[in-house]
Design a protein around this ligand. Structure first.
Ligand SMILES: [Zn+2]
Length: 205
């Protein structure tokens, strides 16, 4: 990995913003992969500065950084009003990256690997999510169709339990759709696959 790649990828964007700017992260959910804050590089009345933690970049929608997306090097350039070379020097010194195999450099690389792993985990979860939602939609449709046939108290006794299934499915939908809560997404995916498994083994609900 070249020194510049090491810098761009290994120094977390949040860390650089914290170190070189007066960026304020209160009132934002920094666990998200993208979120907005007030731009630390211009007098920003509304949060128009998007941070992308998955790509380690930012974008000021009001035109800072010449309107282009930026990285940690741009953060130093903008905050210190220096050129690229000088900014790289500053980062190398501040983050102890003079030697790419120093303990600190290794530490940053570890952090980067972790970020990449969680990004690909998120992708996999999203895929599972869509699959679960598709199947649930079908199950819900069938359940509602059966419920619509209820005419008598006997019918109700026989198939009234499906109401609970429909309510449960609605709840799972809510969990699966909440992209900010990965834990409840994973839990819902597990519960749904368990539910579908039971349905298969029971020969249908
Ligand atoms: Zn700005």
């Amino acid at each position: 990995m070249s020194a510049i790649d090491l810098i761009k990828n290994s120094i977390p964007i949040m860390d650089a913003l914290d170190r070189y700017t007066a960026a304020n992260f209160s009132n934002v959910r920094t666990s998200r992969t993208r979120f907005n804050i007030r731009c630390p590089f211009h007098n920003d009345r509304s949060p128009s500065f998007t941070i992308y933690t998955d790509t380690n970049t930012f974008h000021c929608w009001s035109g800072c950084n010449d309107g282009r997306p930026g990285d940690v090097i741009d953060i130093v350039k903008l905050s210190r009003n220096v050129g690229t070379k000088e900014a790289i020097k500053v980062l190398i010194a501040d983050y102890g990256l003079e030697k790419p195999d120093s303990e600190q450099a290794k530490e940053w690389q570890k952090k980067r690997a972790y970020r990449e792993r969680s990004a690909s985990l998120k992708k996999a979860i999203n895929k599972k999510n869509f699959e679960a939602m598709d199947t649930l939609k079908e199950v819900e449709r069938s359940a509602r169709a059966i419920l619509a046939t209820i005419r008598t108290v006997e019918d109700l006794d026989r198939i009234g339990d499906l109401y609970h299934v429909v309510i449960q499915i609605d709840y799972w939908f809510e969990c699966l759709a909440d992209n900010q809560d990965m834990e409840s997404q994973i839990r819902a995916i597990q519960e749904v696959s368990h539910f579908l498994q039971n349905m298969k083994e029971g020969g249908g609900a």
